[in-house]
Ligand binder design. Sequence first.
Ligand code: SF4
Length: 377
Amino acid sequence: MALQLDTALIKTASRCNYDCSYCYVYQGKDTSWRDQPKRMSEDVIDSLIEQLIIQANTQTAGFAIVLHGGEPLLLGLNKLTALIRGLRQKLDPERYPISLQTNGALINKEFLDLFSSEKVSVSVSIDGDQGANDIARVDIKGNSTFSKTVNGIKALRSHTDSEFLFAGTLSVIQPSLPAIKTYDFLKSLGSPNMDFLMQDGNHDRLPQGKSSFTSTEYGDWLCELFECYTSDPTPVPIRFFDDIVRLLLGDSGTKEGQGTDPYGILIFETDGEIRKNDTLRSSFDGADFFTSRWNVRNTKISDVLSSSEFAEYAHMQIPICEACKSCELQSVCGGGMPLYRWSEDHGYDAPSVYCHDHIKIIRSVKERLMLEGVECV
Ligand code: SF4
């Protein structure tokens, strides 16, 4: 049976007002963003709304809609209103949650009032305190973006509907800095949910701060963070750990990159092109293209989902290398996200470049659960 759509990730703007040094979109090998319109046009917005509503009527499960960029707020209030209201006319918030991932700089009351009335939650990208955030998250002149982002979070928190609006923070791990400082800072900012990402990298280009395939800088950092999390009497939920626990208990995870369930994720570019997960771009130029270069202007989403190329792409989540297939942690780790498995010589046929980091943190969580008498897979 063809996979259903889990996540429609919409690139409302293909440019950014920040110039983060680790960005997989603008600092990676792929340059296709240069050919994209800077912002989604009204025509594409109309086609996208139409196709997502058709898809909602075609499949049994609901799906998540994520507004992304570049910086999604660069689309501007009028077009964002048209997009969101158009979707919300037919897609209710329970089955079709809409969220927005932003760097926070452009958040203002007008945007927040729109998001509040149409039930759009907001997650803000910030890597920790100023020391952590300034390592990579700079503007096009190389200046710190920290205060702009923190001001955006303050605006979010001071809105009357902030409890719904502020979904949480998304942070890229800076393994050279203490995890406890990051955790304490994000908690002091009022983040209601924290999520963390590894830095981009693969077997040909090791991630920042990782000295070799067998080193465990990220695993050590995550173990320190897990210690903060479990020793805090009032912890802030951290999805990365909660998914490891779920998977260790034999349940499913909630996001690509952990576990072995394939996810039905499609990206919609500003010109309407339908693509694979854009994190694949860090592997090679064009890694996220479907051969047919489908576009919402003339293609039904169900036609993409039922294609053999989509099935192949979705099943990339399941690792194919022998090391992963025989690994005792495979059901929890899932081989990590495909982009981390890449090398010119072996393609995606390898364990994650973070394999040893995954082993370290998963074993640490498992030991903790077993100490508490919990049975794990
Ligand atoms: S990446 Fe490493 S830890 Fe993960 S499944 Fe593969 S071999 Fe196991």
